[in-house]
Design a protein around this ligand. Sequence first.
Ligand SMILES: Cc1cc2nc3c(=O)[nH]c(=O)nc-3n(C[C@H](O)[C@H](O)[C@H](O)COP(=O)(O)OP(=O)(O)OC[C@H]3O[C@@H](n4cnc5c(N)ncnc54)[C@H](O)[C@@H]3O)c2cc1C
Length: 365
Amino acid sequence: MATEELPPLASDIKRVVILGGGIAGSLLAKSLQFRADIFLVDPKEYFEIPWASLRAMVEPSFAERTVINHSDYLTNGLLVVSTAVNIRDNEVLTSSGRWIAYDYLVIATGHSDHVPKTRTERLNQYQAESEKIKSANSILIVGGGPTGVELAGEIVVDFPEKKVTLVHRGSRLLEFIGAKASKKALDWLTSKKVEVLLNQSVDINTASDGTYQTSGGETIIADCHFVCTGKPIGSSWLKDTILKDNLNGHGKLVVDDNLRVRGLKNVFAIGDITAIPEIQQGYLAQRHAVVAARNIKMLMSGEKETKLATYKPGSAIAIVSLGRRDAVAQLPFATICGCIPGMIKSRDLFVGKTRKQMGLKPTLT
Ligand SMILES: Cc1cc2nc3c(=O)[nH]c(=O)nc-3n(C[C@H](O)[C@H](O)[C@H](O)COP(=O)(O)OP(=O)(O)OC[C@H]3O[C@@H](n4cnc5c(N)ncnc54)[C@H](O)[C@@H]3O)c2cc1C
């Protein structure tokens, strides 16, 4: 494989290579860009707020604020539009055959997904999905995790006349949080006339002419469907690398308290790719980025290892939006559903807040 020549590093500036430009990797790149030589490797030219994508499917103009070119916030770093495929002790290989040397490496490849390369293509995709929803009278959603539940919520609130059926393989919705939240989400969806089928699956490939069969022998008639069964963890490429022994049984990277991959001095991992015992949430991935940024700065300044910041797993707080006004929230002492958690998340889906964290204006002028 060809090795592309890269400019030599100035002796006093360290190179930080960040793999994955999602919630965690992008914030880290932004935070370190004036302190180090930053290389951000991501398969697409843009950063996207993942939990805003369901709103963008019913209101495509919403994506104008939530799909953000990496170049908008990364003004002093290099974006490599590619995927990482291998790692050595001091360099990373991308799928385009380029070896990139690093002083510090940060793995932030959370989840892998097949999305378009450019922002324009992504915006067009939302337009097409919105038209698909608008032109359908009946819609099948496969998967009752956060994506399926939030999509069902968006559709029934914006298009209450449409028949929505949600099929979920598990015995309850939202299995990543507690049973109380599952029940409240189910009650809310049922009150909006969503038909929820639990303990069943649908093989989309065997559907014909808008007729779908479930594993439980039921027949669903729908004009279109959306598969919301979750994205795979972005670590399959690590299985043949020097980090293979640092993956746990779920394909996640085991890190120490300083967020370094166990046993390594200059390789960090942040976000959903890590095996930290907490629920996978973007606000926690952002906290990882803050801790990793601090530690990389300290190491670059020659600080003692004992002074490095430590990360403590977050508590199991999560909010799942239910359309534009309501949400179900799992909080430390209670699980609530309705417009109060909805006021926190569902109106703007933390978009203004996330844009500000990335150094951007919350609204577009
Ligand atoms: C429906 C839904 C609602 C949610 N709501 C919330 C919420 O309200 N609040 C909240 O805090 N969290 C929420 N989350 C969780 C949140 O989206 C994730 O925890 C967060 O996105 C994790 O960030 P990350 O950077 O680790 O991974 P990701 O955001 O998945 O980013 C990973 C990046 O790595 C890239 N990548 C993958 N493989 C490679 C490779 N080999 N080389 C280079 N790049 C690669 C991907 O393209 C992507 O850009 C929600 C999730 C869902 C699905």
